[in-house]
Design a protein around this ligand. Structure first.
Ligand code: SF4
Length: 186
């Protein structure tokens, strides 16, 4: 408990006596008790206030350094992902669409879905610089239980062409350590 910033005298308290942030610390301490090399953190901070999110992320970074941990950090929050990640994998309907270093994903996204996601992130603009075009995806998200034939993104992709509706693209390395599943890069 002390490793995650909780007072050890709280050990006999009931769950409802802890705040959301404290409960998240308890979750992390339970994972650490198994002495893991890898922790999968699925939406670990999404239910928390922004200020508490920052505390938990800082704690996770400190523990990573102290225990030599690797995290698989799953999140819909692109600014949190950008802060915590070394490599970023972008998934759509349960499939990996793009995987690369954080720098490449955020500065040079190749997959149309990644490009659309990042176009929605507000960025401060320098005076005189070009306004970034927002890519609005049309249509509903299909059911993962019944994914579209061919590329699973083709029903919403602004760049889709005939082949996309028939053949599922391979997930392959198109630049050094930069993997994409898209027919535009075959
Ligand atoms: Fe779009 Fe086709 Fe690439 Fe899929 S394979 S992301 S539909 S261009």
């Amino acid at each position: 408990m002390e490793k995650v910033g909780l007072n050890a005298s709280f050990i006999n308290r009931y769950p409802h006596e802890f705040s959301g942030g404290q409960r998240q610390r308890i979750g992390i301490s339970r994972a650490l008790a198994l002495n893991p090399e890898l922790i999968i953190a699925d939406e670990a901070v999404s239910a928390l206030d922004v200020s508490i999110q920052a505390q938990i992320i800082n704690l996770m970074e400190d523990l990573q350094e102290e225990f030599g941990l690797t995290y698989i950090f799953i999140s819909h929050d692109l600014s949190v992902v950008r802060h915590i990640s070394d490599r970023v994998g972008v998934m759509y309907l349960g499939k990996m669409m793009e995987l690369a270093s954080k720098k490449e994903i955020y500065t040079e996204p190749l997959h149309p879905y990644t490009q659309a996601l990042l176009s929605a992130v507000p960025v401060p603009r320098k005076k005189g610089s070009m306004k970034r075009e927002r890519i609005i995806l049309k249509g509903e998200l299909p059911s993962p239980a019944n994914p579209p034939k061919g590329c699973v993104f083709h029903t919403r992709c602004p760049a889709a062409f005939d082949l996309c509706r028939q053949v599922n693209p391979d997930f392959k390395e198109v630049k050094s350590n930069h993997f994409v599943a898209c027919h535009l890069y075959t």
